[in-house]
Design a protein around this ligand. Structure first.
Ligand SMILES: Nc1ncnc2c1ncn2[C@@H]1O[C@H](COP(=O)(O)OP(=O)(O)OP(=O)(O)O)[C@@H](O)[C@H]1O
Ligand SMILES: [Mg+2]
Length: 193
């Protein structure tokens, strides 16, 4: 991770969407700057990297980002560091997504709050990686141009599937299983083809 600044965003063509998640400090700055210059929308996911940055540095990332995602602890720390509330921070991006573990998640967008409920898991085996699984669903929905409720609901399904298996991301659900879980949880059809 400390070598991440050796990878440049500019080495890859046709990037439609990026995520800037915990990485080397220098790499995170560089990738945010490169995405902004190339007009590549990105989700800023400071995660456990949050303590590396000052409030002003975090605001600089947020102003470059289209989307921001944090868990409950990170939301608290981000508000303390920037001296801004989640509502105010949300007004600086297209959407701010705050996950709340078993209490689900809230998506702040367009001056509104969309509450996404948690999906019932088959078993509570290992919560590590729920945040990443959730983000996978979110990014998938964003690339498809879905509305925020649908993006958040798919994200919640991915989090619930994750928690039932051990390890960060060792599980391999297929599209049919994910669609089935989504349809059962939310009583709506979803096309993942
Ligand atoms: N007990 C649970 N049952 C079902 N879904 C869950 C549960 N815990 C978390 N999730 C889902 O996963 C999402 C992300 O969880 P959480 O807020 O705990 O992320 P996190 O703290 O970033 O996790 P990580 O440990 O991966 O960093 C939640 O919003 C929820 O949709
Ligand atoms: Mg996390």
């Amino acid at each position: 991770m400390q070598q991440s600044h050796l990878n440049s965003v500019n080495e890859t063509d046709n990037i439609k969407l990026a995520i800037i998640a915990p990485d080397g400090r220098e790499g995170m700055f560089m990738h945010a700057r490169e995405c902004a210059e190339a007009r590549i929308p990105f989700l800023f996911d400071p995660g456990q990297g949050l303590p590396m940055f000052t409030g002003d540095e975090l605001l600089d990332f947020i102003d470059k980002a289209d989307y921001l995602a944090v868990n409950q602890y990170e939301a608290q720390l981000l508000q303390e560091k920037t001296n801004l509330t989640l509502e105010v921070l949300a007004s600086r991006v297209k959407a701010l997504v705050a996950t709340k573990g078993a209490k689900g998640s809230t998506i702040y967008t367009n001056g509104q709050r969309i509450e996404i409920s948690c999906v019932q898991a088959d078993a509570l085996v290992d919560p590590t990686g729920c945040g990443d699984a959730y983000r996978a669903g979110l990014l998938y929905g964003i690339t498809r141009g879905w509305d925020w409720k649908k993006c958040g609901q798919l994200a919640a399904v991915m989090g619930a599937i994750k928690i039932a298996s051990r390890g960060g991301q060792n599980h391999r659900p297929d599209r049919a299983e994910i669609a089935d879980r989504y349809e059962k949880a939310f009583n709506e059809k979803i096309d993942l083809s």
